[in-house]
Each structure stands twice: as C-alpha cells, then as structure tokens.
Design a protein around this ligand. Structure first.
Ligand code: ADP
Length: 337
C-alpha cells in the first residue's frame, strides 16, 4: 500500500501534533503554511508556503493530496466549496465548517430544538439593547466568526458598554445572549467516519480563565446522566453537521441543564489529554476518520487524566529552563510548541 497523503491547510500546533500521529501510521503530511517558521513545518513530510485563504494556493496545494483537512477553521468557505466542486476530498466539509460560525450554529440548532442559550443575531448597539430589554442586563455579545480564546466575547453591563463594543464591531455579525449562570464547562470530543460510524471520548471538564482553556480534567466531575446526555448530544451533533474526523462540542452546565456553547470541527484543546491519556489519541482518530479507516478506542489509560495549558505571556521565559523539573514528575508528559 502506498502511503496516503493528507494535506493540512494551516501549519500550527494542531497540524504539528497530527503529523506526529501520522508518522506511526505511515501517512504523509503536507502542510500549507502561511509562514515557513510555523510549528508544523519542521514535522511535515512536505511544506508549501502560501495563503490558506487564497483559492489558487489551496487548489495547487490540494493536487496530490488524498484528503485535505485543516489546522484551524479560519478559512474561506467559498474557496473550500470550490475545492469540493473540483472533486477534492475535504474533511471537515464546507457544510461542517460553517457550524463554526456561532450565528449559523445557534440558528440551525435552535430550529432543531437542540439546547442552546436564548440568543439573537444582531449587528448594532440598538439591537443589543433591545435584546437586553427583553432578557435583562448583563448580556454577552460575541462575534459570529473569527473569535478564539475569548477574543471576540464581551460581557456588557449596560447600554453604554453595548455602544462602545458595537462601535468596534461595525460590519460584524454579533450573537447576543444572556450572561448564563455557568456551573461548569464540559466538552465531548467525537471521532466520525464518512460512513457515519462515530465514537465519543469520555466527557471532559474544561477550566477556563479569561476565555482560555487552562486545564482539563477527565472524566468530568458531573452527574452520570448529564455526562451521558452530553455524549449523546455530541454524537447527534456530529451526525447533524456531517462531521468527519474530530469534532469537539463544548457545553455549559447551567442550573437548567446543558446548553451547547460552540463547536470545533478539528482536534481541540479539550482533547489534548488523549495523546497519553486515551487508547487512541484525538490526532490519530482524526486521521483515521478522514481517511475512512477504523476508529480507535477512546477509553482512558488511567482512572483520571488532567491537562494543563501554560501560555508564554508577553515576556515568556524559555520553557527549556524548567523542562527538567517538569520531567521529574512521574507520569507527566510535556508537549512544547
Ligand atoms: P471562544 O470562541 O473565544 O472560545 P466562547 O463563546 O467559547 O468563545 O466564550 C469564551 C468563554 O466566555 C466561555 O468559555 C465562557 O466561559 C464565557 N461565556 C461565553 N458565553 C457566555 C454566556 N452566554 N454566559 C456566560 N459566560 C459565557
């Protein structure tokens, strides 16, 4: 069997970790990197430098790839749809990728009576104020696309703050919703094949600080019925969105039950623990899913697994200076990128 070639649009840390899994399966990985110093370039079998948003660049890149996937969802959906029309195998598909748009996701899910917060899709301070008049202040306003790590999420206390934030988001679609009483945030990572076979990892609790996931704990310390409900919802959302490969579904646990927060149609930081903590990592299952190969078991390799995400900050110290101390910790694994 000749090694299949997976093309990854974008060459960040997720592409790099996917490449590590690809090596064990003799899968070649080609990355489309915006910059030759991007994290995955050192690991990939082949690197093309180009603009991941440029149709000509991604068309050229897709030639010779058995399947094309993504490092992140900040891609031009029309360009991806054109690639699909060319006959390229692209997973996640443009249909699935569109659910990263928080407005599209909320509208589609509420139409299907999936649990989502009360919301409105707006584009002005006046609309935010109208929503708050009906639901009360404070409200949460978030940009429908382009946000990550809490960037693009604003808690608004009053009309003055609404006007301030709206003036920085002119021309953007905004999702506005009540400030929820969140008791916990949990996530379910699902792997799925084109045929529809799907498997969920155990439910993870994600601990967020300033919109950034700083820690995950598996299994989540939540009621078993709630965990089962989250798994079932995540699998049905994977089906509904036509996900192939990994799909992460984030939920809020509120006094009224679960609500879906957002989707990530790719390996996700709520699944990084699976590298050593699960029988099959999310990166390997992403490859298996997009290549339509049998999915691997998602069970944990220990009774409990934690992941801690440490960011460098404005003046990062070289992690190498602390690496040996971290490696002294029994059964801890370090991933630097
Ligand atoms: P991002 O796409 O940047 O990850 P999210 O929509 O997940 O943005 O929001 C980031 C964080 O903001 C969430 O993890 C949660 O802690 C908080 N948050 C988002 N929406 C609400 C809400 N309606 N009520 C309360 N907190 C929220």
């Amino acid at each position: 069997m000749t090694a299949p070639t997976v093309g990854i649009i974008g060459a960040g840390q997720l592409a790099r970790m996917t490449t590590q899994a690809a090596m064990s399966l003799a899968v070649d990985v080609k990355v489309l990197a915006a910059d030759p110093s991007d994290p995955a370039c050192i690991a990939a079998t082949a690197v093309e430098v180009g603009d991941p948003g440029d149709l000509a660049a991604i068309r050229r890149f897709a030639e010779g790839c058995d399947v094309v996937t993504f490092d992140h969802e900040r891609v031009d959906l029309a360009a991806i749809a054109t690639l699909e029309a060319d006959g390229a195998r692209v997973y996640p598909s443009s249909t699935t990728l569109r659910f990263s748009d928080k407005a599209h996701q909320r509208v589609e899910f509420s139409a299907r009576e999936l649990p989502v917060p009360q919301f409105a899709v707006v584009d002005s301070a006046a609309d935010i104020e109208a929503f708050a008049a009906a639901h009360g202040w404070p409200v949460v306003a978030k940009t429908a696309v382009g946000g990550y790590d809490g960037r693009g999420v604003f808690v608004l206390a009053d009309p003055h703050e609404a006007r301030q934030v709206a003036s920085t988001l002119v021309g953007c679609q905004i999702v506005v919703e009540p400030l929820l009483d969140i008791r916990a945030e949990i996530a379910v990572v699902v792997a799925r094949r084109p045929s529809g076979a799907a498997i969920a990892y155990p439910v993870v609790e994600t601990i967020q600080r300033h919109g950034i996931c700083v820690e995950t704990v598996t299994p989540a310390d939540v009621d078993q019925c709630l965990a089962a409900e989250a798994s079932e919802l995540a699998i049905s959302i994977a089906e509904l969105t036509g996900a192939v490969g990994i799909l992460a579904v984030e939920f809020f646990v509120t006094p009224d039950g679960l609500v879906v927060n957002e989707l990530a149609p790719r390996p996700h930081n709520s699944g990084h623990w699976t590298i050593e903590g699960a029988v099959t990592s999310q990166f390997e299952n992403h490859l298996r899913g997009i290549l339509d190969w049998p999915l691997g078991a998602t069970t944990t390799t220990a009774p409990a697994v934690a992941m801690v995400n440490i960011l460098g900050g404005a003046h990062p110290t070289d992690p190498a200076t602390r690496l040996s101390a971290a490696l002294e910790v029994d059964d801890a694994h370090v991933h630097l990128y």
